[in-house]
Every structure is written in structure tokens, then in C-alpha cells.
Design a binder for this molecule. Sequence first.
Ligand code: AMP
Length: 241
Amino acid sequence: MTVLVPTMGALHKGHQALIKRARELDKEVVVSIFVNPLQFTETEDIEKYPRTPEADIQIATLAGATQVWFPTYEEIYPSQPIQISAGQVGERYEGASRPGHFAGVLTVVNRLFEIVKPNKAVFGEKDFQQLWLISNHFKKVKIVAVPTVREFDGLALSSRNVRLTQADRAAALIISKALKEPSRMKEILATEPAFKLDYAEIIDEKTFSPASATTQNKRAIIAGWVNGVRLLDNAVVGTNS
Ligand code: AMP
């Protein structure tokens, strides 16, 4: 039985937590490292995505990966792939800002599942909308979620953080601060001039629509940019059942 941990590389402690969780689930753990062109929109520069293959092999192996797999584009897409639609939820929030992004994510995950044939796959809550869409789309592979790994000061780990300067990084902290006070999050985010807001919403975890007074499980989701680097984060609101 195999557990798959799909990644785009530039591995950090967040990815490590996923791999460790995978190893608890089964003894065969495949970590895939593939920067998927289909999930980058036209305005995003795929060439700028950090690539650290040698360090990735070490980090993944230390965390318990039994195979670190760097597929080529041709292996994943030997022919024009059938694009999987991400539906309405795929067009909201992250999907509204990055048209086609989630269709690209579902398409690559589908190909990875077809090739590796895992019984389980591990994803991070860090990308909550992605996790939601994958959990709802793939029913034959058990999708296991891992909580977001943060720096000591609250910043969610992300491969994109390497592009932040010291000052950018300090500004980025406004996101995790705002998540601690969901009822005032827009107000708090507005206090940081270096943070450019995309969205800050409280959603219903069941439907991925704006939460209402009767919503049981709520989650705050935030995305924006600091110095051109896109950052996203989310947190449970209140206590979820
Ligand atoms: P990526 O390489 O950014 O595509 O991410 C690969 C997987 O790692 C996805 O399931 C992400 O949600 C997860 N991930 C990324 N950052 C974190 C983090 N800080 N904590 C937990 N999981 C993460």
C-alpha cells in the first residue's frame, strides 16, 4: 500500500510534516516533485518558482519518504490531458484570482493518482480550498489532511517565502495576526500598507460559500500580496465540530 505526497518541491517543514504523517499511515511513501505548468495562470511566472532538487531529496528522505519522484512533463502529460473541471467552488476566492488554477491542480493530481495508484494521499490545510476540492473530487483515494506548519511567529511556511525580504516578511505577519481576530480581519489587514489584499472571508467549510449565522464550521481565508509575492493562509473560526 502506497501513500502519495504531491508537492512542487522547494521542500520545507510544512512538506516534512506531510511526509511524516504519510509514513505513519503506511510504509511506502512516494513524494512527487513536479512544478505543474497547468496550474500556473498566464500572468504567473513559472520560471520564478524556486527549485532545490538536491535539498529536496535530503529533506524528503529524512522525513521518511521511500521514493522521491521527479516526473518529467512527458511522463505526466504524454498527450493533451483531459482537463478536470473544478466546478463552481473552483471559481471562487483563489480560483477567481487564478482562473484555471484548480482545474490544473485536479488534472495533475488525477494523473499522479493514475500513475502511482496510492491508497492514500496527504495534503496540507495551508491550501484549504485545494484540499476541499481534492477531498470532494477524489473518492477512491483516502485524502488525509495535515494542519498548517508555521514559523515561531505565526507566518505559514511556504516555498514562496524565500522571495520575501526581511521587511516583506515582517509585513506578511499581518495575515496570521488577522486570522486570530476573524471578526476584525479586514480592519487589521488594512493597517499594514505593504500588504495588498485580494480576499479575506469567512466561509462555511461544508459549502465553501460565505458563512451565515447558522453555519456550524467556519474558516477564515485570506490571500494577498507583499511586494508581489502571493501569500495565502486560513484558520478555523471558533471551535469546529
Ligand atoms: P506545494 O509544494 O506548495 O504545492 O505544496 C505541497 C503540499 O504541501 C500541499 O498539500 C500543501 O498544502 C502542503 N503545504 C505547503 N505548505 C504547508 C504548510 N506550511 N503546512 C502544511 N502543509 C503545507
